[in-house]
Design a protein. Sequence first.
Lengths: 337, 320
Amino acid sequence: MSAGSAPAASSLLEVQDLSVRFPGEAGELRAVDGLSFRLARGEVLGLVGESGCGKSAAALALVDLVAPPGRRAGGRILWEGVDVAAEGARGFRALRGRRIAMVFQDPMTSLNPYLRVGEQLAEAARLRGAGRRAARARAEELLERVGIGDAARQLRAWPHELSGGQRQRAMLAMALLGEPELLVADEPTTALDVTTQARILALLRELQRERGLAVLFITHDLAVAAGLCDRVAVMYAGRIVEEASAAALFTRPLHPYTEALLACSPPMDGPRGARLRSIEGLPPRLLAAARACTFAPRCPRARPACHEGEPLLEERGGRSRRCIAPEAELAEAAPRG
Amino acid sequence: MAEAIRHDRVSPLLAVRDLRVDYGTRRALHGVGFDLARGETLALVGESGSGKSTLARALAGLLPASGGSARFDGVELVGLRPRGWRPLRRRLQLVFQDPSSSLDPRLRVGTIVAEPLAIHRSVPRPRRGAKVAELLAQVGLAQGLAARWPHQLSGGERQRVALARALATEPELLILDEPVSSLDVSVQAQILNLLASLREARGLGYLLIAHHLGVVRQLADRVAVLFAGRLVEEAPGDLLFATPLHPYTRALLAAAPRPVAGQLPRALGAAAGEAPAAAEGCAYRLRCPIAAERCAREVPALRELGAGRRAACHYPGEGP
């Protein structure tokens, strides 16, 4: 729960060298390229990065939902030590929706618009073997639990009658019906108003504390990840470039990309500068294996060696990073927030 | 004449009073009023459904107001006929959130930027190419981009093109509707910096609509907070962020995520969608953590509270 030093034995999920590719006109895009991480029971891991970094593709690959012509191009996905990727679709079906649940950014696309909310929830409960009446009771209980007041009435509502926040809560309730051990949440609060987002984040934290739910939280919003996650992995061009406990990452980023991302975000408190720092240029779209640091062309700390070979993701002191710049060179980030 | 010009400098560029907008029988804007000075940036903040985009659209002439007044440099916009709008269009431009849907995909970048020059005949045809080049340079785009199509550009480049086009007519006021919310944080910073330097170079006024409070803080001189179509607080940016007076403003600030490990944003009172706007008394009271009996009886007026601040609350500054 605390730092990034979970022993292998306690890993609920371990991803090794995962790759996802999408065919394109110029060749196959390496959306995710050699991604590895571990997630312990009851741990909240943030996967953060800008659009196109591969975070969503990675999440989909974890549950075998990459839409063709995209494909998982390799890697091991160990669930309690067993490689489900090796078992193919059957391995994932046994986990998905039961031990692993998912919520996505736009709940309208995941809810069936022609079924009342209650029917969808009850159906999810019946899939877990609950009887009709028990399923309904369970659905009502979970709606209350996720903060939808007047649950009995809301069960009769159609998805379009709910507000964005209520739909996201309904999705969360549906995801939790199966008592999953892992929740994969891809930008679940991005479309919501901040007050609603605050509620959903608090709820996730509660579920993690009370039920030992592990969460893989995918977001572009560093501040949201800081608040919720135990550990955070920063992705760039399909790979993790830095991973650390949230406490370490946000007080002292050790990769220049993390450092720059933090400096780009306009602060809510503290002194306000006339100009924000920005990162010039655009991330690369990799069609072949990286031969150099993928961030080097945009990196203010790049040196000749950075263009000559790709640094490894090296672990040191319970955190890891893919960078050869001396740690001391990365300034102590100013306390923010 | 000299006196008229002097008067012009002190009078607001935009003066809005009791502006109302209705969608059929539903009132979206319940009488909103504020001033925007020349060269000033006023941000409108509030949740979805607060009326901030409605207000922007009404001021840009895209929606009819059902009552009240909005004067742009003395010219009344409410009820203004298309002929009256024509000379104002070039002085007041609107920039949308998603540049990919606001740029015509069938036109090259150069044509998109030159179009307003042709429509307003403000620059003679032979000089338009040079003017386009100048505009592209001002928004930080390479000249070669003029020959490209919108779909060949990145999101940040597209937003720069939208800005270049808006600047073509030498406007005095830009209405920016969520100008950076579809962009990644690194690109967002570039555009915010660009907006700040354009403002300095040209003395532009901005009416900025943004839900991200960090963005608002970075750019705004003053902030107006809208709730359910009502202006509930208005203050200079620094004061509003340091000591918000309306419970709704306090709730918005508490709920904004900070990049501090372990610090979850807080929901004070009921969150959006958990309780409706009240039809009687204070509209916010059903979500307000400090609502009292008086709030159900009496609609709080928007009161002056000193230091350029106003708030519509019976108990400003109290509560969590």
